[in-house]
Design a protein around this ligand. Structure first.
Ligand SMILES: Nc1ncnc2c1ncn2[C@@H]1O[C@H](COP(=O)(O)OP(=O)(O)O)[C@@H](O)[C@H]1O
Ligand SMILES: [Mg+2]
Length: 223
């Protein structure tokens, strides 16, 4: 029986806007189990990024609750999961420009509490796994977009989170590199036993996920 790794119940979120209150998420519930992949499509502005931020604890819902499985801690609020609950992959990579590939990944492990030696060896192992064993000392500016996204995937996985949240991870990449990154993401996430929630505009990529949803009108519906 797979573990429940993410649970959102009755999540709603609105923002204050000059024209009044902007309701973005009306009532979103979702359960994701270990090893599962889930895709979410939706038009621009439908609230996909807002939803991922709530699922990952970067923001709080107005109504409802989110829990993620943090190994050793159980099902907890994402913000208290110490990097073990979720890992993020963003469209624009979000790497630290002044840090090398190795330092970008190691830093994520240090922030989650690992000491220097283990953080660096975990980072080396993951960077090798994403095909960057010979790019460890490169700064992001010296890496291609696809390579930057590989570093970001390594960083997202370094604390062995139970869920990876990927927000249009191929959005800045050419078609061929996008396919490579999708192959890599689905492969390493499955190999590490994590679950994946993938937000994408691509119908083709969305269909590679085990379960598919569309976000529209503030609710998730099966696609
Ligand atoms: N922090 C915020 N404050 C005000 N409005 C926001 C904020 N974040 C997002 N929005 C608005 O919420 C809507 C959904 O945004 P977003 O979640 O980024 O959509 P998507 O990722 O699907 O394109 C948009 O209309 C956006 O302008
Ligand atoms: Mg978005």
């Amino acid at each position: 029986m797979p573990d429940l790794v993410l649970q959102a119940r009755g999540v709603a979120k609105a923002f204050a806007a000059p024209s009044g209150r902007l309701a973005v998420l009306a009532d979103v519930s979702l359960e994701v189990f270990s090893g599962e992949s889930v895709s979410i499509r939706g038009s621009s502005g439908s609230g996909k990024t807002t939803l991922l931020q709530l699922l990952g604890g970067l923001d709080e819902p107005d109504v409802g609750e989110v829990r993620v499985l943090a190994p050793g801690l159980g099902l907890v609020r994402p913000r208290t999961s110490l990097g073990r609950g979720v890992g993020f992959v963003f469209q624009n990579y979000q790497l630290m420009p002044e840090l090398t590939a190795l330092e970008n990944v190691s830093l994520a492990a240090r922030i989650a509490g690992a000491s220097a030696g283990p953080a660096e060896s975990a980072a080396r192992e993951l960077l090798a796994q994403v095909g960057l064993a010979n790019r460890l000392e490169h700064l992001p500016a010296r890496l291609s977009g696809g390579e930057c996204q590989r570093v970001a995937i390594a960083r997202a996985l370094v604390n062995r989170p139970s869920v990876i949240l990927a927000d249009e991870p191929t959005g800045n990449l050419d078609e061929r590199t996008g396919v490579e990154i999708m192959d890599l993401l689905l492969g390493v996430v499955a190999e590490r036993g994590a679950a994946l929630i993938l937000v994408t505009h691509s119908r083709e990529f969305a269909e590679r996920a085990g379960r598919r949803f569309v976000l529209s009108g503030g609710v998730l519906s099966p696609a």
